[in-house]
Design a protein around this ligand. Structure first.
Ligand SMILES: Cc1cc2nc3c(=O)[nH]c(=O)nc-3n(C[C@H](O)[C@H](O)[C@H](O)COP(=O)(O)OP(=O)(O)OC[C@H]3O[C@@H](n4cnc5c(N)ncnc54)[C@H](O)[C@@H]3O)c2cc1C
Ligand SMILES: NC(=O)c1ccc[n+]([C@@H]2O[C@H](COP(=O)([O-])OP(=O)(O)OC[C@H]3O[C@@H](n4cnc5c(N)ncnc54)[C@H](OP(=O)(O)O)[C@@H]3O)[C@@H](O)[C@H]2O)c1
Length: 416
């Protein structure tokens, strides 16, 4: 056993880092391999890897410049005393602004009594563009009577409205806000407001038996752009842009699961539903089932935008089908035809057979998007129980949510 943790991560080297998408894809999904070296770290399929990233250097540089801070200034942080550059790079989340900071503006602009004119062009969550030069248009989150060139009035209108703050933050980072209101903070004041940098979790996409000494991930890189500046996710950009090219080590630790596990009995059938990056743990499950050599059948539902550009692990999957290790492989390519086809549509199409598998004791696993996909798949399972199990809606809901999920623990989810 090793005692690596989020507070004491193992500094691992990335040995492989490549894009899984085909040319012309709208996405950037990467396969990333970490060397566990002499760490003694172990894992089982279903576990997640914790990754500790850093802020992009260009954001830290721009922040120092906008505020006129000296990078060498020594500051106290939750990780001890460090120079300001290191604190901004490694200890706090400075790539996206938080609500506390917006609230602090009220005091800042009132105490400085400033007047500015708005000049930023921004985009709201629904993609609608707002420009200050258009006198009819308003920034997202501001009602007509709240629009003002007066920063005091603008901040007051903003801080009283939680939804407006959320919309405002969606398109702006600290640098945008500091420029917009021309406010200055001392390093200590700013670090008091900024969030501590948190590790991100990733479902492990490999079996340790199949890849001794390595751990592998399937990562969707988060990138977007506002006000002509490229933005994105802290950890995914770090793995894609900084670590990929520098060869520098990156802090990792294991986050074991107690529940998202394979059935103990290797003759039990399993159904796995993992669109997009949701495929990650099922690559690991398949590797483990092949390694263990049990009798249980494996059925994988996978999908993403297009077979041409998002068929992740195509050769590996085809190999499992050829060898008979994958009994069934069902795809849902959402954008390869006029109407959207999602995994839940495929589940319903195969409802009769899925119900047979359930009656035979099969486990059902789901991984990927929590907000929409997992809820729709849940509803599809209830309708399968109604249609093919001859149950009322109430009984079907009870069967899926209580019997399968809570009592028998054979409907298992890894959703985010
Ligand atoms: C148990 C678990 C397993 C997971 N497994 C995986 C996995 O296998 N693969 C994987 O890729 N991810 C996985 N995730 C998600 C992962 O942990 C991170 O949340 C994800 O990679 C984003 O992290 P980040 O640091 O790059 O982005 P962050 O810096 O955390 O930023 C993400 C935030 O950016 C904001 N944002 C996103 N798009 C926009 C936009 N267009 N405009 C404005 N703001 C925007 C949103 O507020 C969003 O919450 C998993 C999560 C959990 C909890
Ligand atoms: N919590 C976080 O910080 C975080 C960070 C990054 C990603 N995520 C989540 O992780 C998910 C995985 O991203 P990903 O790029 O791998 O895949 P994804 O965006 O989930 O897309 C995978 C497939 O699912 C389809 N889909 C969209 N809505 C669906 C629905 N309601 N039901 C079923 N399928 C649906 C997509 O189709 P279309 O695109 O054609 O509609 C696509 O074909 C994202 O959706 C995101 O919500 C969370």
């Amino acid at each position: 056993m090793s005692d690596w943790s989020s507070k004491n991560p193992y500094m691992s080297e990335i040995t492989e880092n490549y894009i899984l998408n085909g040319e012309g894809s709208r996405k950037e999904t990467r396969h990333i391999v970490f060397d566990l070296g002499d760490s003694g770290l172990d894992y089982k399929v279903g576990d997640a890897l914790g990754v500790l990233a850093e802020n992009p250097p260009h954001i830290v540089e721009e922040l120092l410049e906008v505020q006129g801070w000296d990078r060498e200034t020594i500051v106290e942080t939750h990780n001890g005393a460090r120079d300001l550059y290191t604190a901004l790079k490694k200890d706090f989340e400075v790539h996206l602004a938080n609500k506390k900071f917006v609230q602090s503006l009220a005091h800042k602009v009132v105490s400085s009594g400033m007047r500015i004119s708005l000049s930023i062009v921004s985009r709201s969550r629904n993609g609608e563009e707002w420009s200050a030069s258009d006198s009819q248009a308003l920034p997202p989150g501001l009602a007509p009577n709240q629009a003002s060139d007066d920063p005091v009035a603008k901040v007051e209108a903003l801080v009283d409205d939680a939804k407006a703050v959320e919309d405002y933050l969606w398109t702006r980072d600290y640098i945008d806000i500091m420029r917009e209101f021309d406010v200055k903070y001392s390093p200590e004041e700013f670090l008091e407001l900024a969030d501590r940098l948190k590790p991100r979790l990733y479902s492990i996409a490999s079996s340790h038996d199949a890849h001794p000494g390595f751990v592998e991930l399937t990562v969707g890189i988060v990138r977007f752009e506002y006000n002509n500046r490229p933005r994105g996710g802290l950890c995914t950009q770090f793995m894609a842009d900084e670590i990929d090219t520098s060869g520098a080590p990156i802090g990792v630790f294991m986050s074991p699961t107690k529940s998202f596990i394979l059935p103990e009995d290797k003759s039990t059938d399993i159904i796995m539903v993992g669109p997009g990056t949701g495929i990650a743990p099922f690559r690991a499950f398949m590797e483990q089932r092949v390694f263990d050599g049990g009798e249980g059948r494996n059925w994988l539902f996978f999908g993403d935008q297009s077979a041409k550009t998002e068929f992740y692990y195509k050769e590996t999957i085809e190999g499992w089908m050829d060898s008979g290790d994958l009994y069934r492989f069902t795809t849902a390519w959402s954008r390869d035809q006029e109407e959207k086809i999602y995994v839940q549509h495929r589940l319903k199409e195969h409802g009769a057979e899925i119900w047979e598998w359930f009656e035979n004791g099969a486990y059902f696993y789901i991984c990927g998007d929590k907000q929409y996909m997992a809820k729709d798949v849940h509803r599809a399972l209830i309708s399968i129980a109604e249609e093919h199990g001859g149950m009322s809606n109430e009984d079907a809901t009870h069967f899926i949510e209580k019997t399968m999920m809570r009592e028998q623990k054979r409907y298992l989810r890894d959703v985010y």
